[in-house]
Design a protein around this ligand. Sequence first.
Ligand code: ZN
Length: 123
Amino acid sequence: MSSRRDRIRAKIMSRVRIDPVTGCWEWTGPDSGKNGRGKGYPRMSLDGQTVAVHIAMWTNEHGYIPGKKELDHACRNRLCVRPEKDHVEMVTRKENAKRREQAKRGMIGHNGGPRLECEEVLQ
Ligand SMILES: [Zn+2]
């Protein structure tokens, strides 16, 4: 005998690849496509509806998400569905926006920032 919760978890885990390096539970099923704002998020069909897998997994484990909260990929891997801290975390909208901004700034520094000069002098 298995509960609905167990069935949903089993259904999700049957299409997950666990990354031994990052610990991410990477979704190997369909995603939301390559274009647009919501691109690259895992999708599945549940009770005849298309849902985001990381959200379905999280609510299946932890329950309802209050209106002012949302889920953030702390591991920055959109295909990750692991419902635990450092992967898919529940944060406030404000916190999520702040994290996105920080990630963007990090990217700019990496790709478009000033070139590093080597200051070491050989004697
Ligand atoms: Zn992850």
